[in-house]
Design a protein around this ligand. Structure first.
Ligand code: ARG
Length: 461
């Protein structure tokens, strides 16, 4: 059987393989709400412009509402022979309202229709992702406020470097997510442009009003070139690229959580809700959610790479290659949303192990920089020399297997005679973090203020 929607010039229907490679209904049916919204806006505009009658437009509107209902109730029968969501909806409309259905496709093509649906869909996803990222920021900032003064080792090269606070560490991620949200917000501007009315590629001879459909569908305005409108997919690439970067941020935190809850670290405890057991080793608590979040950038960047390759070298305007944008985008955005939600759940429940963190903060001569700073500030020593003297003090502590603050004053004085007992005030981890009051520094007062600022800002929205 030839295709009932476009088979006029064909004698034979497609082979089974042709139908299989061509059909997108299995995955583009998730665009049903956007497809129906786009069609309603189009029909209303056609009527307003006198291109179809008001009574046909009313029938079309009613029929489309019924179809929306049928789909939402699970009563709609999707047909692979009808290829995609657009033809499935239109064909059902014909069953419901008869010939008026055939007027809906005046002055448009599936090329502009498919892009319109997808732009509406991606716009909704971007908004949902933004809200989810904000929730994650709130989870992080709340935990940061509660642990503004909880000591932990700060690392460089994954070697203990200087003491920081747990809150400060978490707020670093709040900052990253803030930039991720800004990137998505910027990409959204270019998602939110109206392709409808570009028709197949050249525009149309009907007196359509693309400003009206733009307004109806919440787009910022009509795209200015019909060939660009049907064939641009950079709006998706941008969103995928912003999601890739953000998922990389999540993966860094995920990896830290994996490390932190290992028995070698024991820095945090995850709740039962966000850990799994082993089928063979009864004692185990595995951070599977964190591991899966760590893995997601592969998948999301994979979608970006795949779509970039689909688009590379494609001549204008529309080509069926572009249908491949959908599964990639759906998979990437679904997985990113899931990763954000799982991370927010994990962070909310996570319990930093305060005593273990403090002991680790104390280890490895983490206040050596504070000793050097004391030598500079009190003895007016040049920093390079102070660094050298401190190195010798550290070597001595190492030899005696003690911390810097456990060294005897005489032992330190043997290395540099100017050292007085005043130095001990600076050698504790508490004093170290409290002294880091520079803008953006780890002092608990700073951290508390920053966490509160974030929490206030997120309530303001
Ligand atoms: N399902 C198609 C897509 O997503 C719709 C456009 C089809 N256009 C066409 N001329 N066959 O790209």
């Amino acid at each position: 059987m030839t295709n009932k929607m476009w088979g006029g010039r064909f004698k034979e229907g497609p082979s089974a393989i042709m139908a299989e490679i061509n059909a997108s209904i299995n995955f583009d049916q998730r665009l049903y709400a956007q497809d129906i919204a786009g069609s309603k806006a189009h029909a209303a505009m056609l009527a307003k412009q006198g291109i179809i009658t008001k009574s046909d437009a009313a029938d079309i509107g009613k029929g489309l509402d019924q179809i929306l209902n049928e789909i939402e109730q699970g009563k709609f029968k999707f047909s692979a022979a009808l290829e995609d969501i657009h033809l499935n909806v239109e064909s059902r409309l014909k069953e419901l309202i008869g010939d008026a259905a055939g007027r809906l496709h005046t002055a448009r093509s599936r090329n502009d229709q498919a892009v319109t649906d997808m732009r509406l869909y991606v716009r909704d996803c971007v908004d949902a992702l933004d809200a989810a990222l904000q929730e994650l920021q709130v989870a992080l900032a709340s935990k940061a406020e509660a642990h503004a003064a909880t000591l932990m080792p700060g690392f460089t090269h994954l070697q203990s470097a200087q003491p920081v606070t747990f809150g400060h560490h978490l707020l670093a991620y709040v900052e990253m997510l803030g930039r991720d949200r800004a990137r998505l917000a910027d990409a959204r501007k270019r998602v939110n442009e109206n392709a409808l009315g570009a028709a197949a590629l050249a525009g149309t001879s009907y007196p359509i009003d693309r400003h009206m459909t733009s307004k109806d569908l919440g787009f910022s305005g009509p795209m200015r070139n019909s060939m660009d409108a049907v064939s641009a997919r950079d709006y998706i690439l941008e969103v995928l690229s912003a999601c890739t970067i953000s998922s990389i941020h999540l993966s860094r935190l995920a990896e830290e959580i994996v490390i932190w809850c290992s028995s070698q670290f024991r820095f945090v405890k995850l709740s039962d809700k966000f850990t799994t057991g082993s089928s063979i080793m009864p004692q185990k608590r595995n951070p599977d959610a964190a591991e899966l979040i760590r893995a997601k950038p592969g998948r999301i960047l994979g979608a970006f790479t795949a779509l970039a390759m689909v688009m590379k070298g494609l001549p204008m305007a529309y080509a069926k290659d572009m249908q491949e944008d959908k599964e990639l985008t759906f998979d990437a955005l679904d997985n990113f949303a899931l990763a954000i939600a799982a991370m927010a759940g994990m962070v909310r429940d996570m319990e930093p192990q305060v005593a273990t963190l403090k002991a680790a903060a104390n280890a490895d001569y983490s206040t050596a920089t504070d000793l050097a700073d004391w030598l500079v500030q009190v003895l007016k020593m040049p920093f390079r020399e102070a660094h050298h003297v401190t190195g010798r003090v550290v070597a001595l502590a190492e030899k005696k297997s003690c911390t810097l603050s456990e060294l005897r004053l005489e032992d330190m004085q043997a290395i540099h005679g100017g050292i007085t007992k005043d130095v001990y005030k600076r050698l504790t981890v508490e004093a170290s973090v409290a002294s880091r009051t520079s803008f953006g520094g780890t002092a608990p007062a700073n951290v508390r203020r920053e966490a509160r600022r974030w929490l206030r800002a997120s309530k303001g929205k």
